[in-house]
Design a protein. Structure first.
Length: 57
């Protein structure tokens, strides 16, 4: 597993350890996935995803 992969996995694991608020965790996990896609140069995909209405709760 690459160092980059580990970084994102650790962020997701830390979110789960530090928070009980499922809505918050979900929102932050979405941000992690956005960061991964951006790092992989899927900027246009992230921009379109950001336009999608989201419902947490």
């Amino acid at each position: 597993m690459s160092r980059i992969d580990r970084k994102y996995i650790e962020r997701l694991q830390q979110l789960q350890k530090d928070n009980d608020d499922v809505e918050y965790i979900h929102r932050m996990a979405d941000m992690v996935l956005r960061d991964i896609l951006t790092e992989l140069s899927y900027v246009e995909l992230v921009e379109e995803y950001d336009k999608v209405d989201k419902w947490y709760a």
